[in-house]
Design a protein around this ligand. Structure first.
Ligand code: S3P
Length: 168
């Protein structure tokens, strides 16, 4: 068994980086459960992410996200695909850094746009220029929490998952 799987593995990175697909793929090969933070959050709250953004606003969504992260950080072993903005709050970055092994999946805005089939589920994915600016603004936050960085450009889910396995 690979060593880092003794604690939860958190996948961070921008929307469309492949966090959920890679976590699912690895879950199958490693025999460990994977959880998508947004899906978990939606079940817990009984609402879709886009509804929470529209009805309660981003700050309220971020507060729920912190609660969910705390809950998931208690579970191990587990592969967790985090929402793209999970690194924004300092308390979240502390949870990620202290409780888990963090893999940052890097993606460009163009590639992210080509991978996201339905932007209506992502209230913060507006257009390419905004996505580029957001990725740039978040880069130091992703790098701050990352134990490992994997560039996903032009790679299949299987290839990314193989690379991630190599760093666990
Ligand atoms: C967000 C990313 C989304 C979701 C929400 C906000 C962000 O998750 O949490 O729409 O701020 O980047 P994915 O990265 O899983 O799409």
């Amino acid at each position: 068994m690979v060593s880092e799987l003794a604690k939860p593995v958190f996948f961070v990175g921008f929307m469309g980086a492949g966090k959920t697909s890679v976590a699912r793929k690895l879950a199958r090969t490693c025999g460990i459960a994977s959880v998508d933070m947004d899906t978990y959050l939606e079940r817990r709250e009984g609402k879709r992410v886009r509804e929470l953004f529209a009805e309660a606003g981003e700050d309220a969504f971020r507060a729920i996200e912190t609660d969910v992260l705390r809950e998931l950080a208690e579970k191990e072993p587990l592969l967790v695909s985090c929402g793209g903005g999970a690194v924004l709050r300092p308390e979240n970055r502390a949870i990620l850094a202290e409780r888990g092994y963090v893999v940052y999946l890097q993606v460009t805005a163009d590639e992210a746009a080509s991978r996201i089939s339905d932007v209506s589920t992502r209230p913060l994915f507006r257009d390419l220029d905004t996505a580029r600016a957001t990725i740039e603004a978040r880069l130091p936050l992703y790098e701050d929490v990352a134990d490992a960085v994997v560039d996903t450009s032009g790679k299949s889910v299987a290839a990314i998952a193989r690379e991630v396995r190599g760093v666990l």
